[in-house]
Design a protein around this ligand. Structure first.
Ligand code: PMP
Length: 364
């Protein structure tokens, strides 16, 4: 039996394409981990084998990012969406205000959840521009003494990405980095807390990464529900209850793959090449129109429109038939979206560029 079947190019925004070597290794390990004799899905989360696997993933993340020693890495459940609640529950004290920069649909959802917990100041919103750009520093007004400043580093739906981090004043910077975590060099020491659903750049769905600076753990009140308390989860190395063991195993393999490619520098260069190839094609004639302003364009989610919705429907249909899957934009904004996360291959980008040229030639 062949170890791989035919694979198409998967432009899904998440869950998204995983590296083929990761899937192949997981396939080999699924029935029996070498030297263990049981599937990784069958072993106890309290076993030495799993503990080693978890700690190796944490150490690999640390090494990849050069994470300072005073940061903790948690691998949780509930998705980035649960972090919309956990961040304010743990970090926003009574009588304090949290600043949120509103750059997209997911940022807006983070605001809505934080408002259920405490006082929120929304600043630098680009909503009236259809979230087609990241705000200028002059558009962001921070609350003196804010509990934290929250940003969304990459706006998955709208296709925009921060190029320079905002200055949070003295407050910890908190980021939802779900759709661009580890997509290139990232100085995590500039953040108090970073969270990300794993299902785009880190592995499968069902695992959520939280990186938190140790001093912030002191803010978690004892009265919080145990499973929502960062301090408890950190004290127990993400093993307070049964974690997503298979998901963490796959995340570990993905980090190993990333390291083998030359780490964040290597993947950053590859991602920049992929995005440049697509944006060059989008800008070539005017048939395609990028929806994000140029300075704010995302390297992960490339959003564009065609001259009509009718053509967009045809584009999607024919692309799918040609083995280019998942190019339809998010239902809330329409148009097209090519998600080209870390594991998306450069050949897939070339295939899309070829397809775009041919589509334009026959329809323009
Ligand atoms: N934030 C961002 C930037 C996202 O792209 C997503 C999912 N696409 C979420 C949050 C929500 O993530 P989850 O489904 O893991 O809750």
């Amino acid at each position: 039996m062949p170890t791989t079947t035919h694979r198409i190019f998967n432009f899904s925004a998440g869950p998204a394409v995983l590296p083929l070597p990761v899937l192949e290794e997981a396939q080999r390990d699924l029935v029996s981990l070498p030297g263990v004799g049981m599937s990784v899905t069958e072993i106890s989360h309290r076993s030495k084998t799993f503990e080693t696997l978890l700690n190796r993933a944490i150490e690999d993340f640390r090494a990849l990012t050069g994470l300072p020693a005073d940061y903790r890495i948690l691998l949780l459940q509930g998705g980035a969406s649960l972090q919309f609640s956990m961040v304010p529950m743990n970090l926003l004290g009574a009588g304090q205000t949290a600043d949120y920069v509103d750059t997209g649909t997911w940022a807006d959802k983070a605001v809505a959840e934080a408002r259920k917990v405490g006082t929120v100041n929304v600043t630098g919103s680009t909503k009236t521009d259809g979230y087609n750009r990241i705000p200028e520093p002059s558009e962001i007004t921070l609350t003196p003494g804010a509990a934290y400043v929250h940003i969304t580093t990459n706006n998955t739906i709208e296709g925009t990405q921060w190029k320079r981090l905002p200055d949070p004043g003295g407050a910890p910077l908190v980021a939802d980095a779900s759709s661009d975590i580890l997509s290139g060099p990232m100085d995590l020491s500039r953040f108090g807390l970073v969270y990300a659903g794993a299902q785009k750049n880190l592995g499968p769905s069902g695992v959520t990464l939280v990186v938190i600076r140790e001093d912030l753990l002191a803010r978690s009140a004892k009265t919080l529900p145990t499973m929502l308390n960062y301090r408890v989860l950190a004290d127990n190395n993400s093993l307070y209850n049964t974690p997503n063991t298979f998901g963490i195993y796959l995340l570990g393999l993905t980090l190993k793959w990333l390291t083998s490619l030359g780490g964040l520098q290597g993947i950053g260069e590859r991602n920049a090449r992929k995005a440049a190839a697509l944006y060059t094609e989008i800008d070539r004639t005017g048939f395609y129109r990028g929806t994000a302003q140029k300075e704010s364009r995302s390297l992960m989610n490339v959003t564009f429109r065609l001259p009509s919705e009718e053509l967009e429907k045809q584009f999607d249909k024919e692309a799918t038939a040609a083995g280019l899957d998942g190019l339809k934009g998010h239902r809330s904004v329409g148009g097209m979206r090519a998600s080209i996360y870390n594991a998306f291959p450069e050949e897939g980008v070339s295939a899309l560029v070829q397809f775009m040229r041919e589509f334009e030639r026959t329809r323009a």
